[in-house]
Ligand binder design. Structure first.
Ligand code: MIC
Ligand code: SF4
Length: 746
């Protein structure tokens, strides 16, 4: 790392940010095709990187492994792990839920397990923990670089790693030994001063930042924290901040190495890594000149004073609708949010550290002493076996259970709609409060009228004792069992267990680096797994007369494009999951959700997937039109594969979220952006869309779009794209995978 940092410094002749040091340390080549030193322009150049690791979770690994298998390799080229966490349903507590999930998902888990063994991949069994927590505990390290098929992979930035969320096709590149392609990012510096105290927690840092950056402000950048306040935040707290950074769209977030990270490494059995990091601490932070004069080196500098930071609450429906908790009561009234909180949920990959659970339990203990139980259901998702066993030994679990909390399996559960919620009717407006990271409509309980708010775990638990959204635990009082008013004191907890973690590796089947001779079984009758057939190559011609399947209005996240919840069951079966395509999207022409008009038959409203299947049967390609930040949220490549599978050719949007834009390219779709965002308004329901100069598509050259309106008139406008030459070859081949498969077979 030191040597490569030195090389990069002399190459670019200036001090470096931490982001640049880590990325420079992982460049595939430091010279260009002509042998000249690589010149990189932020937000413009494309680079090839060599990540140290790959991590995948069960809901995305299915498609990633199905694609990997088409490449015909014996074993993965870099260390890789699979984690079973998303498919576990929350219904009646950890033990029963896990048992039920093992039965329900038997076939899928067996596929993931045998494929892992076959290809030399470490396999974390169902219930062993949530991917990001397990990665932080075992694999993340300062100065490292990894990719993961989940948008919250940046969690490992809490340990000073550049960890990037990607779609499965990107993971396949790295697993077959190809480099990982990335747009060289801009760098946003977040200067932290002061120190956290009282009720304020790491979660509030990221909730505050969400308000500043909004859901797209981080796009194209890595968010790098610096400044003296950084050391007042625990390593796992830094993980929370980086984890939820996925919500502002940044490529990832990263913290400089410090003593808190060293302590965490030592507590998780990695003293040797801590020693190495201590010895190279100067290379694991920005150069001093950068810290002294940040405006000169960062594309943008944001300052957060931790000493004056108030707890925040965000939501509903979007994670950037933020306000300090003291303003929530007034807003609950003015916006008419249901004041009764129906359910409180803590944990998830974002907030399930020993410290988080400790602070939540400290609040619960005060209420318990006053003779109270939580007024509403309170659910806890520990992040991993290690956390679960440690909080059981140290008493936090008992404290939480004593006030009525239910402990769920170490898995995603309600965070990803795997919550069999029984206390409300479909369509009922109601409020819930979580310490998770996402709150899009329908996300947690598949009910789009549930309003989900997000706060720190300690605030969520405190509010569970009043059950009211307008209760401010910092200033309002509760009433104890004798009718006496009392106020909760600010939470306090150890950041790391005094007696050490209860280490538990029983959930891991370690990889055999050469791969093992086991059969990977996919039953042809399966409704859950389906071997992939290659998408057809492009005929090199321009694209003509494509109907508009969907014109989406407003937010169109990957949850809108390819919902999770009960649909998770089809993540390994492209044909079946495609039935959910655009079910959550708002039709700009009608305002309806999930339905459009079949313009070839003049029939509707019908679900978009039904219409697309008809177009496909008639041999007609179609386009979708998107608003801004189209594809925000998850890394699920199903949101790109389903449109491709059902005959989509292009998505023309005002702007795209990074992971989704790449996913579209990888699958042989065209992500295009309106050169003039107002041209979005020109597109009508019964238009036919052509790309007349598509046969001349080239890097950096805009394309023409021609609309043929039903009244016979025509309109033209320009669209941009970000394809480089290599990416255009994916489009030509039909998909990136077709290219890889061809290379491997030669
Ligand atoms: C999410 O939080 O939305 C998920 C579920 O973890 C996704 C991955 C998926 O859809 O499988 C993500 O964040 O990438
Ligand atoms: Fe799982 Fe939720 Fe974390 Fe995604 S955000 S990995 S669904 S716990």
């Amino acid at each position: 790392l030191s040597q490569r940092t030195q090389e990069a410094r002399s190459l670019w002749q200036r001090p470096l940010t931490l982001t640049e040091k880590i990325l420079a340390g992982h460049l595939d080549a430091r010279t260009d095709a002509q042998g000249q030193p690589l010149q990189l322009a932020r937000k413009r150049s494309n680079v090839d990187l060599r990540p140290d690791r790959v991590a995948m979770q069960d809901a995305t690994a299915q498609m990633a492994l199905l694609q990997f298998m088409r490449a015909g390799m014996d074993a993965v080229a870099v260390p890789t792990t699979v984690h079973c966490d998303h498919l576990i349903r929350a219904q009646s507590g950890a033990k029963d839920d896990l048992k039920r999930s093992l039965q329900e998902n038997d076939e899928v888990f067996a596929f993931l397990k045998t494929a892992s063994q076959r290809y030399g991949i470490g396999f974390w069994q169902p219930g062993a923990g949530i991917i990001h927590q397990v990665v932080l505990e075992n694999y993340a390290f300062p100065g490292g670089m990894m990719i993961g098929t989940d948008s919250h992979t940046p969690n490992a930035g809490g340990l000073g790693m550049v960890a990037i969320g990607v779609g499965g096709a990107d993971a396949v590149d790295v697993m077959v030994g190809e480099p990982f392609g990335l747009r060289w990012p801009g760098v946003i510096g977040v200067k932290l001063t002061g120190s956290l105290h009282g009720w304020s927690s790491p979660k509030d840092v990221i909730l505050q930042l969400m308000g500043i950056l909004t859901v797209k402000g981080g796009t194209g950048h890595i968010v790098e924290f610096f400044g003296p306040g950084s050391e007042s935040i625990s390593c796992t707290g830094k993980g929370t901040i980086c984890n939820m950074g996925a919500e502002h769209g940044a490529t990832t977030s990263v913290f400089p190495y410090d003593a808190r990270m060293g302590a965490y490494l030592r507590a998780t059995g990695r003293a040797a890594v801590a020693e190495l990091a201590d010895a190279q601490a100067g290379d694991l932070r920005a150069d001093p000149e950068v810290e002294k004069n940040p405006e000169a080196y960062y594309d943008r500098v944001i300052h957060i004073d931790l000493s004056t930071l108030e707890p925040n609450v965000v939501g509903p429906q979007t994670p950037d609708l933020t306000r300090p908790i003291s303003k929530l009561r007034a807003e609950t009234v003015s916006k008419n949010y249901p004041d009764d909180i129906r359910c409180a949920l803590i944990g998830s990959c974002t907030n399930s550290s020993y410290e988080d659970i400790g602070r939540a339990a400290h609040v619960a203990a005060q209420a318990h002493k006053a003779g109270l139980r939580a007024k509403i259901p309170l659910m806890v998702t520990p992040g991993s076996d290690q956390i679960f066993n440690t909080i059981r030994r140290d008493g936090q679990m008992e404290t939480l259970e004593a006030v009525g909390a239910q402990v769920l399996a170490n898995a995603c559960g309600p965070c990803i709609g795997q919550w069999k919620r029984q206390d409300i009717k479909a369509g009922e407006a109601n409020t819930i409060l979580t310490s998770y990271n996402r709150n899009f409509p329908g996300r947690n309980d598949e009910n789009r009228t549930t309003l989900a708010f997000i706060a720190s775990p300690e605030v969520v638990v405190a509010m569970a004792f009043s059950g009211s959204l307008s209760f401010n635990p910092l200033s309002d009082s509760l009433t104890d069992k004798d009718g006496v008013a009392f106020t909760l004191q600010p939470p306090q907890a150890d950041e790391l267990p005094k007696r050490g973690f209860v280490t538990d590796l029983s959930g891991l089947i370690a990889p055999d680096p050469k791969g093992k001779k086991v059969d990977v079984v996919i039953s042809p009758q399966s409704e859950r797994l389906q071997a992939l057939a290659p998408f057809a190559a492009w005929d090199g011609k321009s694209l003509q007369d494509m109907p508009v399947l969907l014109k989406a209005q407003g937010k169109c996240t990957t949850d809108h494009i390819s919902a999770a919840g009960s649909w998770l069951r089809f993540r390994g079966h492209l044909q079946n999951i495609s039935d959910n395509m655009f079910l959550g999207a708002t039709n700009a022409f009608t305002g309806a959700t999930g339905k459009g008009v079949n313009v070839l038959q003049d029939q509707g409203p019908q679900p978009f997937a039904t219409i697309a299947r008809d177009y496909k049967a008639k041999g007609r390609s179609w386009v979708a039109i998107g608003d801004s930040n189209y594809g925000e949220g998850s890394s699920r490549e199903h949101a790109a594969m389903s449109p491709r599978f059902l005959g989509g050719r292009a998505v023309i949007a005002r702007s795209f979220a990074r992971i989704h834009e790449t996913n579209l390219k990888k699958q042989g779709m065209l992500p295009l952006t309106f050169a003039d965002p107002n041209d979005y308004d020109k597109v009508r329901q019964d238009d036919r869309v052509s790309l007349p100069d598509m046969d001349r598509i080239a890097p950096d050259a805009p394309l023409t779009v021609e609309l043929a309106h039903a009244d016979g008139s025509r309109e033209r406008f320009m669209v941009n794209h970000t394809f480089n030459a290599a990416q255009l070859s994916w489009f030509a081949a039909g998909s990136a995978l077709n290219k890889i498969a061809a290379l491997q077979h030669h």
